[in-house]
Design a protein around this ligand. Structure first.
Ligand code: SF4
Length: 683
C-alpha cells in the first residue's frame, strides 16, 4: 500500500491576520495543518483557531448535494434541475425589476468568488444590491479613512507594529481576536513600547496595558478629542507635519478646545488625569501606532469614531513611517478582499464609485456590456427592511449567515420568511440556509484555489489540498454556470487564475499582481500598480491618497448612542468575540477541539452589579432588551465595567443578536452592536 503525504501551502481561513500554514494530506485526505515557517507574518506560529482550522472541513455536517424545499422539508435535487429553477426565477424577477433581487457576498470567500458574484449582480441582473458583512464590521473604516486619508485600508503592516514606541489600542481585544498581531505588540513592548488600551472590559489585551482606560461604551470621540486637547495644550502636536501634509487644522482646533479632560471625564467614565497621561504617552513617542477594531466601528457614530483616530494620528505626525499609522484590524480572513472586489452597493472593484460615469464606462468596456446601473444598491440592513416591505423579493446569499450575524434576529427572520425566493450557497445548512428554497453545496477552504487579502492589504494564494465532499462545487463555478444558462457573456472562466487576470484589469490596486508573483510566501501588498512594483507595506509615505495629496482634518463631536439606559433597561449591553470562536460559529462550533474549549455563550456582569441582583457565577439568567430576551449563563467578573453587560455573538442557543438594535450610522450604515439598553434578571 502506498502513502502519499503532502504539504500544501495555504492561508488560515479565520481572522484577517493572513497567517501562512501548510495543509497536511495523506492520500488526498486532510489530516492536519502545520505553521508555515517561511511565512513573514506568522513565522510558523498559529493561534488555537489556526491550529485546528482543518477540523470544520471534515465535519459530518458538510452539504454534499443541492437541496430544494418541498412542503417545508429539504430533499435532494440534481445540479441540473437546481440551476434550471434558479435561472427561471432570476429571469422572472429581473424582468419585473432588477432591484427586486439582492445579493450577499462573503468575507470568508475568495477574491475571485466575490468578484464573480458582484459582476453577476451588476452585469447579469442589473442591480447594485450587493453587500456583505463588512457592513457589520468595517464599513466605517472605508468611509472614514477614505474621507481623511483618501484610502479606507490599514495604513501600515503587521510587521512594523514592532517598531512603535507607543501603541494605542482602542476598541480591540487584539490578544484574543488577532493573536499573531498581538505577538508583534508584545515584541514592541519587550523593546520598551508603552501600551495604552481603551476598552470597557479588562480584556486579556487591557490586562497587559501600561494605561488601561475602561471607557463607557459609546464615548470614543469624547476620549480622543480630550486626548487631542491635551496634546495641543502641551504643545506636543507635530506642527511641521500639520503644515506640510494636512489641511483643516484650524477648524479641528476650534472644536477640540471644548474637550478639556476635566469637562468630559463623566462622559468617558475615566478620570481626567488618566486621559492626560494617555495623551502625553501617545504624543511623546517618536513612533506611535493606533490599532482599532469593532469597538470603534460598531456605533451610530462609527464613521466619526474612525475619523477621530485619523485626526489624532495626523495631529502628531504619526502617518507614513514604520511603527505608526491608523490600523483597522479586520475580523474575517477576506473582509479586505471582499471590499476590494466591489462586493459593496456603492463601489465597483477598487472602490470606483458606481455613480462615477468614467468608472462605469471603463467597467462596461471591460465587462462588454452597456447598461450598468448607476444607482447605489441596498446595504445589508436595508435589504432586510426591503424584504419586509416586499421591495426585495429574491435573495442570493453566498457563504453568509445573517440570521445570527445581523442585528435584531427576529427582524432578520421575518425578512427572510417574507422573501418569495431565497437561494443559499454554503458548506453547511446554516441557520440562514434553513430559510432557503434552494441550497447549493460548495467546496470549503482547503478544497479550492484563489486568493485572500488580509487586513494589511496582503494578497496571498490559497491552494486546493483535497476534493470537496459529494457534489460540492466551487462558488465561482456555480455562479458562472448560472450566468451561462442565462445567456450572459463574460463568465466563461476555466480557472481562478483567469478570473484574477480580469480582476487586475479592473482593480488599479491589483494591476501589477499575477499568480506567479503571489506564489512567494507573503504574496504582495496593494497598491501594486505594475509588474515591477514591489507592493506597498506603508501607505501615505510622501502624500495622502486624496485628490490634492493632503490629509484632511475633519472635526467630529461626541454624540450619545442611539439607545441609552433607562429605568426599564438600566444596563448597556455590548457584544463581541472570544479567542476560540469565529463569527457565527458555523466553522468553529463544528471543530471539536475549539467547541470543547468554550461550548456555549455567557453574559459577563460586574461582580458588584451581580451582588446587588443576587446573581451567582454560572447561574442561568435572563437578559432582555426592546427586541427580545435570551436565557444565558452568567459570568460574574470584575473585568467588565459596572453597568455594562458583555455577550459574545457566536452561540445560536443564546444569540446576542436577539437583543441588538438596528439603529445604524447614517454614513456607513453599520448597526450599533456595541450599545443596547438592556436588563438582566435572575430566573
Ligand atoms: Fe488564523 Fe488569525 Fe490565528 Fe493567524 S491569528 S492563525 S490568521 S485565526
Amino acid at each position: 500500500m502506498s502513502f502519499e503525504l503532502k504539504y500544501t501551502p495555504n492561508i488560515c481561513p479565520y481572522c484577517g491576520c493572513g497567517c501562512g500554514l501548510n495543509i497536511v494530506t495523506l492520500n488526498g485526505k486532510i489530516k492536519g495543518v502545520e505553521g508555515w515557517k517561511r511565512h513573514p507574518v506568522n513565522e510558523g506560529k498559529l493561534c488555537p483557531k489556526g491550529n485546528f482550522s482543518y477540523q470544520f472541513v471534515q465535519s459530518k455536517d458538510r452539504l454534499k448535494h443541492p437541496l430544494i424545499k418541498k412542503n417545508g422539508k429539504f430533499i435532494e435535487i440534481s445540479w441540473d434541475k437546481a440551476v434550471d429553477i434558479i435561472v427561471s426565477k432570476l429571469n422572472e424577477y429581473r424582468k419585473e425589476n432588477p432591484n427586486s433581487i439582492a445579493f450577499l457576498a462573503s468575507a470568508r470567500c475568495t477574491n475571485e468568488e466575490n468578484y464573480i458574484l458582484q459582476k453577476f449582480a451588476r452585469v447579469a441582473i442589473g442591480t447594485n444590491n450587493i453587500d456583505h458583512c463588512a457592513r457589520l464590521c468595517h464599513a466605517p473604516s472605508v468611509a472614514g479613512l477614505a474621507q481623511t486619508f483618501g484610502s479606507g485600508a490599514m495604513t501600515n503592516s503587521i510587521l512594523d507594529i514592532e517598531e512603535a514606541e507607543s501603541i494605542f489600542i482602542i476598541g480591540s481585544n487584539t490578544a484574543e481576536q488577532h493573536p499573531i498581531i498581538w505577538r508583534r505588540v508584545l515584541k514592541a513592548k519587550n523593546k520598551g513600547a508603552k501600551l495604552i488600551v481603551a476598552d470597557p472590559r479588562k480584556t486579556p489585551t487591557a490586562s497587559l496595558a501600561d494605561i488601561h482606560l475602561p471607557i463607557k461604551p459609546g464615548s470614543n470621540i469624547a476620549l480622543i478629542n480630550a486626548m487631542m486637547n491635551v496634546i495641543i495644550e502641551e504643545g506636543l502636536e507635530d506642527t511641521d507635519f500639520i503644515k506640510k501634509r494636512t489641511k483643516g487644522f484650524e477648524k479641528l482646533k476650534e472644536v477640540i478646545e471644548k474637550y478639556k479632560p476635566e469637562k468630559v471625564e463623566k462622559i468617558v467614565g475615566v478620570p481626567a488625569k488618566k486621559i492626560r497621561e494617555a495623551a502625553i504617552t501617545y504624543a511623546k513617542a517618536d513612533r506611535a501606532t493606533i490599532l482599532y477594531a469593532m469597538g470603534i466601528t460598531q456605533h451610530t457614530t462609527g464613521t466619526h469614531n474612525v475619523i477621530s483616530t485619523a485626526n489624532l494620528a495626523m495631529l502628531t505626525g504619526n502617518i507614513g513611517k514604520k511603527g505608526t499609522g491608523v490600523n483597522p484590524l479586520r475580523g474575517q480572513n477576506n473582509v479586505q478582499g471582499a471590499c476590494d472586489m466591489g462586493a459593496l452597493p456603492q463601489f465597483y472593484p477598487g472602490y470606483q464609485k458606481v455613480t462615477d460615469k468614467n468608472a462605469t464606462e471603463k467597467m462596461q468596456k471591460i465587462w462588454k456590456c452597456d447598461d450598468l446601473s448607476s444607482e447605489p444598491g441596498l446595504t445589508v440592513v436595508e435589504m432586510m427592511d426591503a424584504a419586509i416591505d416586499g421591495k426585495v423579493k429574491c435573495m442570493y446569499i453566498m457563504g453568509e449567515n445573517p440570521v445570527l450575524s445581523d442585528p435584531d434576529i427576529k427582524h432578520v427572520k421575518k425578512a427572510l420568511k417574507n422573501l418569495e425566493f431565497l437561494i443559499v450557497q454554503d458548506i453547511f445548512l446554516t441557520e440562514t440556509a434553513e430559510f432557503a428554497d434552494i441550497v447549493l453545496p460548495t467546496t470549503a477552504w482547503g478544497e479550492k484555489n484563489g486568493t485572500y487579502t488580509s487586513t494589511e492589504r496582503r494578497v496571498q494564494c490559497i491552494r486546493k489540498a483535497a476534493d470537496g465532499p459529494g457534489e460540492a462545487k466551487d462558488d465561482w463555478r456555480i455562479i458562472c454556470e448560472i450566468a451561462k444558462r442565462m445567456n450572459v457573456n463574460g463568465f466563461e472562466f476555466n480557472s481562478t487564475k483567469e478570473i484574477f487576470n480580469e480582476i487586475r484589469k479592473v482593480t488599479p490596486q491589483y494591476a501589477g499582481m499575477n499568480f506567479k508573483r503571489l506564489q512567494k510566501p507573503g504574496g504582495l501588498q496593494w497598491p501594486c500598480p505594475d509588474e515591477s512594483h514591489p507592493g506597498t507595506p506603508i501607505l501615505h509615505t510622501e502624500k495622502f491618497a486624496t485628490p490634492d495629496g493632503l490629509g484632511k482634518f475633519i472635526p467630529v463631536e461626541h454624540e450619545e448612542p442611539a439607545e441609552l439606559p433607562d429605568d426599564r433597561y438600566p444596563f448597556i449591553l455590548t457584544t463581541g468575540r472570544i479567542l476560540f470562536h469565529y463569527h457565527t460559529g458555523t466553522m468553529t462550533r463544528r471543530s471539536e477541539t475549539l467547541d470543547n474549549e468554550v461550548s456555549t455563550g455567557f453574559v459577563e456582569i460586574n461582580d458588584k452589579d451581580a451582588s446587588k441582583l443576587g446573581i451567582k457565577d454560572g447561574e442561568i439568567v435572563k437578559v432582555m432588551t426592546r427586541r427580545g430576551e435570551i436565557k444565558i449563563p452568567a459570568k460574574v467578573t470584575s473585568k467588565v465595567r459596572e453597568g455594562v453587560l458583555f455577550i459574545p455573538f457566536h452561540f445560536v442557543e443564546c444569540a446576542a443578536n436577539m437583543l441588538t438594535s438596528t439603529n445604524y450610522d447614517p454614513i456607513s450604515k453599520i448597526p450599533e452592536f456595541k450599545v443596547s439598553a438592556a436588563n438582566i434578571e435572575k430566573l
